[in-house]
Design a protein around this ligand. Structure first.
Ligand SMILES: [Zn+2]
Length: 129
């Protein structure tokens, strides 16, 4: 893995891992530490990346309510507030959306407008709370 701070290819994997189990690396050039999520939009999340992406996917694709999604995530031992899921939708919807290859979510006509509204094919789609 190259260093996300100085782009040097000289990183060494450390023995320890993050609290969520992500591999950690130390850069020999700038001596900073990073992990697998450093430099990604998922860095500093309190839940694993797949949980956040699943929450967004379940909300957007299957239109599940916040309560249903919270219960499903709770089975994996994680919880979130009802303000968190809309924030994740706004942040991760382009990454979670299955846009046609070579097209961004915006080009394919889907993006999160604000909060609970999602634009799909040019139409606003309201998500259940
Ligand atoms: Zn570095």
């Amino acid at each position: 893995m190259s260093c996300p701070y100085c782009a040097a290819p000289t990183t060494t994997e450390m023995r320890r891992r993050t609290t969520l189990g992500y591999r950690m690396f130390r850069c020999r050039a700038c001596r900073r530490t990073c992990n697998e999520r450093t430099g990604t939009p998922f860095n500093h999340l309190q839940v694993p990346t797949d949980v956040a992406v699943l929450v967004v996917l379940w909300r957007l694709q299957y239109k599940l309510s916040l309560r249903n999604v919270a219960e499903m995530v709770l089975t994996r031992g994680f919880s979130f507030t009802h303000e968190t899921a809309p924030a994740w939708e706004e942040r991760f919807a382009p990454a979670a959306h299955c846009a046609p290859e070579g097209q961004t979510a915006r080009q394919s006509g889907t993006h999160v407008a604000r909060g609970r509204d999602v634009r799909q094919g040019g139409r606003a789609v309201a998500l259940p709370v």
